[in-house]
Design a protein around this ligand. Structure first.
Ligand code: PLP
Length: 453
């Protein structure tokens, strides 16, 4: 496997520029998200953690399709499975198929407990399904989410998003969404001790759910990313998920674990919520790494929720597309072929250790954190005051010029995040860390810092 990065002609090269020009002439601006920087990389072909552009530049991909490419680009097992399936039939809405049945059976057995599976074409759609099934099962419309959360861009999922900017101009969304402060040990109104932050956040929820005069709409569910992804790769404190499970059970409220980004071994266990023992969510939302790169998502819902939702109410044309299902079966087989959770844990530890050694003392590095291969560096202009330095996107732009793709995120746009494929090598992690260190010590970065301050 190539190690990359290798920039042989300054990015964006002539062929890349030509493609971007063609795209911007015809693609509606709203669809041009270009989340990594203003001069995005153009993929000509890709393998593992390396993208090669039409100019022959090679980029180290530490974003991996925003966490969907857990086995990297074009893993041979997935390529074979997809080729075979496309030759056997691609699509079978409202028709049974062996491939889809094999997958659904496998998914139902992923975790202990009596779960049923429902498939969707995207994580956002799966979140919508979870919201609708919650309403039908509980008859309640209130949903508790967390500040900084990201659950997708369809109207219901967007209601749960923390970030305002993506809601601007849309008017009234779903009624009943309530956001609590995410228990972020680096930035919480409840102190700096993770245990205290966790306890206080849970106590607040407990009190509101139990208070008939809380002012909250009756709550059907709490939805949570136990490692907040887009918000900046922030794991909840140990014990928080167990506490949340307990409160939800006591108040008859459903617990929805959004594992779209964190699921399938990325954080060092099959699902991130499993860091605490005995947490059985009522609904587990999955996507991204389920198929490791083809459009597929879904929910594992408890049998009782499934039973309280009428047959045939949730579906869409491509939900459970056969090629995506074949890709998922192949991905699950690879995940089971070795201890990939341990690999994610070990590589994540290595990543954080390297970052701490090389940039831990940098004046703007507030904290380095993560769980498995969801890793982040939070940038601040003042380490004591923890004042956010919102330069992540600009740093990402510079990183692309150096052949590195990273994920700019965080509540304040001040987090450099990394979501590499789980098959990334230590050499690639080291190469990434050394580019980040060079960047943070560069003249170009100094200029960014001055402008932002
Ligand atoms: C935690 C989480 N939930 C839901 C979604 C939405 O998934 P999709 O982009 O497939 O609609 C995302 C997307 O990044 C996510 O990170």
């Amino acid at each position: 496997m190539m190690d990359a990065p290798a920039i042989t002609s300054p990015h964006p090269g002539p062929r890349t520029r030509q493609i971007l020009k063609r795209l911007s002439a015809v693609e509606a601006g709203a669809g041009l998200t270009y989340g990594l920087g203003d001069d995005p990389v153009v993929l000509d072909h890709a393998e593992g953690a390396v993208i090669t552009d039409p100019d022959g530049n090679r980029f180290l991909d530490m974003v991996a399709g925003f966490g969907s490419l857990s086995l990297g680009h074009s893993h041979p097992a997935l390529v074979d499975a997809v080729r075979t399936q496309v030759g056997r039939g691609q699509q079978a809405m409202s028709i049974g198929s062996t491939t889809r049945t094999d997958l659904v059976e496998k998914m139902a057995g992923l975790v202990d407990g009596d779960y049923r599976v429902i498939l969707a074409a995207s994580g956002s759609e799966a979140v919508e399904v979870a919201l609708k099934m919650t309403r039908r099962a509980t008859g309640r419309q209130g949903i508790v989410a967390f500040s900084g959360g990201f659950h997708g861009r369809t109207m219901g999922a967007l209601t749960l998003m923390g970030r305002q900017s993506q809601r601007t101009g849309l008017g009234t969304l779903l009624a009943g969404a309530i956001h609590l402060p995410f228990p972020d040990p680096y930035r919480s109104p409840f102190g700096t001790d993770p245990q205290q932050i966790s306890d206080t956040t849970l106590a607040l929820l407990d009190q509101q759910l139990g208070d008939p005069a809380s002012g909250w709409m009756p709550v059907g569910a709490v939805i949570v990313e136990s490692v907040q992804g887009n918000g900046g790769m922030i794991p909840v404190p140990a014990g928080f998920m167990a506490g949340l499970r307990d409160i939800c059970t006591r108040h008859g409220v459903l617990l929805i674990a959004d594992e779209v980004m964190s699921g399938f071994h990325r954080t060092g266990s099959l699902f991130a919520y499993q860091r605490d023992d005995n947490v059985d969510p009522d609904i587990i939302v999955v996507g991204k790494s389920l198929s490791a790169g083809l459009p597929l998502a879904g929910c594992l819902v408890s049998a009782s929720i499934s039973e309280s939702n009428p047959v045939g109410t949730e579906s869409s044309t491509y939900a459970g597309n056969l090629v995506s299902c074949a890709s998922a079966l192949a991905a699950l087989e690879v995940y089971e072929s070795f201890d990939i959770s341990k690999q994610a844990r070990d590589l994540g530890d290595y990543f954080q250790t390297q970052l701490r050694a090389v940039i831990g003392d940098h004046r703007n590095v507030g904290t380095i954190r993560g769980q498995g291969l969801m890793v982040a560096v939070e940038l601040v202009s003042d380490r004591n005051g923890r004042i956010p330095l919102p330069v992540a996107r600009a740093v990402s732009h510079l990183a692309i010029q150096r052949g590195l793709l990273l994920y700019p995120g965080g509540h304040f746009g001040n987090v450099l995040a990394f979501l590499p494929p789980l098959i990334v090598t230590r050499d690639q992690i080291s190469a990434c860390v050394s580019v980040v260190a060079d960047l943070l010590n560069s003249v170009a970065y100094d200029a960014l810092e001055t402008t932002a301050n």
